[in-house]
Design a protein around this ligand. Sequence first.
Ligand code: SF4
Length: 674
Amino acid sequence: MIMPLGESTELEVQSGIVPSTEAFFSDSTPLLKSAELGGPAYERRPQQEEMARKVAAAFAEKKNLCVEAPTGVGKSFAYLVPAIYCALELRKPLVVSTETISLQEQLVEKDLPLLQKIMDVQFSVALAKGRGNYICRRRLALIAGEHSEYLPADSMRSDVEKIALWAEKALEGSRSEIDFPFDPQCWDYICSETGNCSKPKCAYFKRCFYWRARKKWDTADIIVSNHALFFTDLKIKSSENLEMSLLPVYGALVLDESHTLEDEAAQHLGLHVSSSGVRLCLKRLFDPQRGKGLLMRSGEEELKLRGQVAELMDATEIFFEKVRDFAAGYQDNVIRIKQPDFITDILSEKIGHLEHRLNEYLKELDEDEDDNLSQELSAMLLRCEYYRLAISDFVAMRLDDHVYWIEKGGRSEMNIQLYAAPLNVGEILRKILFNGELPVVLTSATLSVAGKLDYYRNRIGFDNGTEDVLDTPFDYENQVKIYIPKSMPLPDEENYLGSACDEIENYIKMTHGKAFVLFTSYDTMKRSSERLRGFFEDLGITLLVQGEGKNRSDMLNEFKHDIDSVIFGVTSFWMGVDVPGESLSNVIITKLPFAVPTHPLVQARSEKIEREGGRAFMDYSLPEAVLRFRQGVGRLIRKKTDKGIIVILDRRIISKRYGKTFINSLPKCPVEIV
Ligand code: SF4
């Protein structure tokens, strides 16, 4: 039974988290009832018990823990049970953050409801989503009612009316609840936003979807969040802007799927501006082509403001055209910026002028007359401020120890994105996350390189805590066989593609399809699929190629149901994909997954390592590739009854000295070099 804290301080009372967790995972564990309550059949796993004990100890001793828990260990129960006891003991919420929506759904819809039924304590759960996922009732009423001119197109009105009807009966008011199609552009005009919410002063506050959800988070014992929301909140909390925090103050933290931590942190602690985002912001103020927007009231001041927005739109086009011209000198779609002022910043000062004028206008607006307009304009002011600062910082490269780059994308490369990401993520996380203020548990199925966590720990600044690499519960010796064709040309040799296609044919025949063929580039995947389409047709096997119209989840559904089908996939099929059973009996790895060395982030991280006396290849490129390789290999065996083959079509794994690091990271199973 969990030990109550009573009125004493936490330190005076011995924690009950470890004994309670041990009791839960004893011979008479309540998980024995799992199957009869609709959960998975319970099967005792020493690795699960070991992990649960270590997580419980970390929470009880307020220490950090990093644990690799291979597929099949049952890691979610191993951290959820001690997490629940910890939250109840601390009387503070505990946050569990994940990378993927599928894991959040599994936790909130399956694992936690099952634990609510079988545990000897009561606890509450809340799912935390970003603010923009919720409908704002005030904005919806405004747009569906007297201010439909705020919408950029009349054609959106019927969608907004449908959503307004739906919102009357909606439970959570979140976008994922809407079960009919609508123009996605509508959402920007009716969702909850930071800058235009007057909180308790809002007439809709009592029925507000977002604030109702926030209230649930405040009182929940377990909050299931996602890494994007978690890092956005962490950034706000670490700037000591506490009243702007998104998540409540929590007592402990679990970051599952933490293999993406460095990149997630770099993305959310950095800077990002897109040309389409700036355009949309200005169009919300005034769209000259359609005669729509927030500034459509008649009057002298409105006329001047509309003129100023129109001028700013022209300046925006000129600015991004200049960026596009600069980028046109490069073949890649991703271009690193190495010098400040690579173009003249004609934009941020002009945005500042608009901000000033909007501010003056807002002061003049009679609040009672049109409170809604003031709120909408306040939100736009906040956005303008963000764009002004971000564009200015980007062009002047004002953020220290950051890497800067441009990405071209969209139709005719019209969308330009500006990025800056911190290079010292480890240092930042050491200060703001692993600083000992609260216990942090990191876990994922793939964190170690050749059995060690040193590389991962170093990259994310985890030097203040304990670690564990759990054994796999699977019998790889009998479940898997690995084939490495030794006569394959090297990937950069001319005849590589032809030989790879021949080998793909051989091994696809061996399992009669049922395979993932994993590529590292779209181009090689496309050329291989063109060569092999006839082969698959002759065998009567469906070939599903990523990027040929179907999205990832539709491809996966078809793959699971059409047992013999084969998927050709790139990056997103290497990780986070779970296909237990016969459908996936063969994983073919066409090339060792080294990151593109020319990507600015990879390049800048490598340079930093060299500058600091390290070796970029051995200290960064190789371990990163090994982790991705392990992710790919890990797609095959998802449960104890799975069987299959892994084929590696990159001879470097046996011919290069570094190949050993890949081999040593493979599960222990028969390897045949053929
Ligand atoms: S309280 Fe804020 S988010 Fe909720 S309806 Fe009002 S303005 Fe929208």
